[in-house]
Ligand binder design. Structure first.
Ligand SMILES: Cc1cc2nc3c(=O)[nH]c(=O)nc-3n(C[C@H](O)[C@H](O)[C@H](O)COP(=O)(O)OP(=O)(O)OC[C@H]3O[C@@H](n4cnc5c(N)ncnc54)[C@H](O)[C@@H]3O)c2cc1C
Length: 483
């Protein structure tokens, strides 16, 4: 198969009998649920764009081992050009959805697993790389979407996994069998898991010898027995039930996260990629986080492009577009957004091959990229809110606009530039609201803060990679200091 169409993707997800809960109820048909469907549409875009000749070079790649053309979201990066194409593809997907399109978490997990399993096998004589390559080729051949599951609930943050009062607060092996293992635990905040065919689990943190049972990595299908998801709430989520396209701001696309429970899930031996080699948990985490921090230099930039465009349109509709401070604010938003992109491209261009042959981003620059992502989208949102005016949070509903009596008043008093309809003005303001405060703010704001690790996680890596010793030597040489 190698490349699915968007429609084939939707139908392939429909066939999976996954257990999804929301608002305390089992959702029998998540694919057509009005709250969940926009997030599925965002992943669908990664399939639709791959079918369009104009985007073929960005959206697809040829796997050198199989010679097959695959979706780039299933690709192992073999060059710095591949790494840069990844960032450009993510920017494109962000521009086309104005939402989190979710499929990058799996892609980043593939690339981290590829090199880490190779290095574990070299030390331990295990067969994890072989297992992983087999799984990856299956994913590539079927063009699957895979959820990357790293974040455990973590309980008391000051304690290691084995030292938690409740031992299940980090996902762990509870039974070892000749044919595989049984795991118990949970993964929190899982982006796009409802829209995935498989889940690829990794440890959350570096681990010591006492955490052997927690040093586990594997992949299982979404309909595995005893695996279920509880959908996370997003602000304004139930607006999607009201049937107004205008009021949701971005009626077609979105993102959804879920708390995912592994309540004694069986994992067969050939789907295990790490099992007790706790000294390699840190490598897997660091590499996954590095790739994922690079990702944000693409996806958030694409969404930022839409937000900057929306702010510019809102200014025109307000009649304020020619004001010098508005122009300057749009320049500032663009400067911040392109700085993030520059970081995403830079950490890719400075990538290096790993022992296994795939390319790893420059970790220092990827961490600098993500550190900026924890700040700049907030400033971009602040400027968008400034330009939009208060109406983005006080405008009446679409029902009021359509009401035979009230509509005329809404139309009359909420019109800005007389050349523009009130309806269009409200539409653009709702989009800004959606990205700043609504469902999409989960992906654009809080995910920018915590996704791929909270800000301090990057500062630790920046301290480790920053080579302060070499910088001190430079200063001493210039100052002619001899000690
Ligand atoms: C929208 C969204 C989507 C996400 N998608 C995914 C996904 O698809 N897959 C996935 O695996 N994860 C995902 N994540 C999870 C993300 O990686 C985590 O949110 C992040 O690692 C922070 O973990 P936490 O949320 O548990 O926050 P916490 O760990 O509770 O952090 C809160 C604060 O406490 C500090 N802190 C935590 N521990 C310590 C400590 N030991 N010492 C000192 N300070 C500490 C942190 O620095 C931070 O300031 C997503 C998160 C969000 C918000």
């Amino acid at each position: 198969m190698a490349l699915m169409t968007g429609e084939e993707y939707i139908e392939s997800i429909r066939k999976i009998k996954m257990q999804v809960y929301m608002f305390g109820k089992k959702i029998e048909n998540p694919v057509d649920d009005p709250i969940l469907r926009p997030s599925l549409n965002s992943v669908r875009m990664t399939y639709d764009l791959a079918q369009i000749p104009e985007y073929k070079d960005l959206m697809t790649a040829v796997d050198p081992d199989t010679g097959k053309t695959i979706n780039r979201f299933c690709h192992i990066h073999r060059s710095t050009q591949d790494l840069m194409n990844k960032v450009k593809m993510q920017r494109l997907c962000g521009q086309k959805t104005a939402a989190c399109f979710q499929r990058c978490v799996g892609m980043d997990a593939f690339n981290a697993e590829w090199s880490t399993t190779y290095e574990v096998d070299k030390v331990h004589g295990t067969h994890y790389h072989e297992n992983f390559v087999k799984f990856l080729h299956y994913v590539q051949e079927k063009d699957l979407t895979v959820d990357g599951a790293m974040t455990d609930p973590k309980g008391d943050r000051s304690k290691a996994p084995h030292a938690q009062e409740d031992p299940d607060l980090y996902l762990r092996v509870v039974e070892r069998r000749p044919d595989g293992v049984v795991v118990r635990g949970a993964k929190a905040h899982q982006t796009g898991i409802l829209n995935s065919h498989e889940v690829l689990v990794m440890p959350t943190i570096a681990m010591g010898p006492d955490d052997k049972d927690y040093a586990i990595s594997f992949a299982v299908p979404l309909d595995s027995p005893n695996l279920f998801m509880i959908v996370g709430r997003q602000s304004c989520d139930t607006r999607k039930l009201e049937g107004s396209k205008m009021d949701v701001g971005n009626p077609e696309f979105g993102g959804v996260e879920a708390l995912t429970i592994f309540d004694n899930v069986f994992v067969p031996n050939d789907r295990i990629f790490l099992n007790g080699e706790s000294e390699f948990a840190g490598m897997l985490v660091e590499r996954f986080a590095g790739y994922h921090r690079q990702s944000y230099g693409g996806c958030k930039v694409g969404v930022g492009d839409v937000l900057i465009g929306a702010a510019a349109v809102a200014a025109e509709y307000n009649g304020a577009a020619k004001a010098s401070h508005i122009k300057d604010k749009l320049i500032e938003m663009t400067h911040l957004n392109e700085t993030l992109y520059a970081c995403g491209i830079a950490c890719s261009a400075e990538g290096q091959p790993t022992e296994s042959g795939n390319y790893l981003i420059n970790l220092l620059l990827a961490n600098v990229c993500k550190q900026n992502v924890t700040r700049f989208p907030y400033e971009i949102v602040r400027l968008a809110e400034d330009i939009a005016g208060g109406l983005m949070v006080t405008a009446p509903s679409e029902k009021d606009l359509r009401d035979p009596k009230l509509g005329a008043y809404v139309e009359k008093y909420l019109r800005g530039n007389p050349a523009v309809t009130t309806e269009n003005r409200l539409k653009i303001l709702r989009l800004i609201e959606n990205l700043s405060l609504g469902t999409a703010a989960v992906g654009y704001r809080t995910e920018s803060m915590h996704g791929a690790g909270s800000p301090q996680a990057q500062r630790i890596m920046i301290a480790r990679q920053g080579n302060l010793g070499a910088k001190k030597k430079l200063a001493k040489a210039i100052a002619h200091i001899e000690e």
